[in-house]
Write a protein that binds this ligand. Structure first.
Ligand SMILES: O=C(O)C(=O)C[C@H](O)C(=O)CO
Ligand SMILES: [Zn+2]
Length: 280
């Protein structure tokens, strides 16, 4: 199978304001994250962040080296984080094997030359959701599970936003250059993520929605707080959030999502909150 690689330019709030639905979706939505025996990658020019997925079924897949990176190998000047949202995975990094079960994460440091993805059982394929950012320092490759995570419970059922934030690849858990990743699980009956919404001018972010039940969807809100737009998202789709944009969603049921970000700091709490009544 052919791997997919796509590059997306960074766009401004002024351009975004004038976009129709199709243009908005082609700039921000990433719908083909997983395809059997492929590694699909999208490079955003916001912080040169890469979002993608590897789904090994019958083949052992290698981390590609897209021409656009103009690098001897993918991780020459990059770091990568991944969370498994499928069956058990075996990831080999320069010959060292890591086993990732459902919802387990792996950070791979700069200068790792050979990365391979395999499924333990082809009938239940692994799905590795991947985020990558430019890196200036080599930090050790490390598996991270919920047992290591920094866990925060936020919201309430009364406001339909009761959720658990599992901070997996963050600087209180592991050393990274600029990458931060985690997974937020909504409780039954809660549908709103990241409400009150926020922006963080120092970091861009990407969201990946999964565990969205069949025939249900998530309406993702983006844009400047006073000029919001929405993108209807299906299970296992991702969306790019520029540093000037809110990123919040309301589902027609509860669901789980993975957030990942990069930029000028590693300070998860560095957010500019938007008062709910001021959103437009
Ligand atoms: O539900 C939430 O709130 C989140 O998960 C927020 C993300 O972690 C985020 O946007 C971090 O900047
Ligand atoms: Zn955020």
């Amino acid at each position: 199978m052919e791997n997919r690689f796509e590059s997306r330019y960074a766009v401004s709030p002024v351009e975004t304001k004038g976009m129709d639905t199709a243009t908005l979706r082609s700039n921000f939505l990433i719908s083909s994250v997983f395809e059997a025996d492929q590694v699909n990658l999208t490079l955003s020019h916001f912080d040169r962040y890469i979002v993608g997925g590897a789904m090994p079924v019958n083949e052992k897949l290698s981390l590609p080296n897209p021409d656009d990176l103009k690098a001897p190998y993918f991780l020459h000047r990059r770091e990568i984080g991944m969370i498994n949202v499928g069956g058990d995975a075996i990831i080999s990094v320069d010959g060292e094997k890591y086993h990732l079960a459902y919802k387990e994460a792996l950070y791979i440091g700069k200068e790792s030359e050979e990365v391979y993805f395999e499924s333990a059982e082809p009938e239940n394929p692994a799905k590795l959701y991947i985020n990558s950012a430019p890196a200036h320092h080599k930090y050790p490759t490390k598996k991270v599970t919920k047992a290591d995570a920094d866990i925060v419970e936020l919201g309430a059922l009364e406001t339909a936003n009761h959720r658990v934030i599992n901070k997996l690849i963050v600087n209180s858990v592991i050393e990274t250059c600029q990458l931060q990743m985690g997974m937020t699980e909504l409780k039954a009956g809660s549908v709103w993520n990241t409400m009150p919404a926020h922006t963080h001018d120092r970091r861009m972010e990407a969201y990946f929605y999964f565990e969205v039940p069949e025939k249900q969807s998530v309406c993702h809100f983006m844009g400047q707080p006073q000029e919001s737009r929405h993108i209807w998202m299906q299970n296992e789709e991702a969306v790019i959030s520029p540093n000037w944009s809110i990123h919040s969603g309301a589902g027609t049921s509860n669901y789980t999502f993975i957030w990942g970000m990069a930029g000028e700091n590693l300070d998860y709490g560095d957010m500019d909150h938007c008062a709910i009544n001021d959103l437009k």
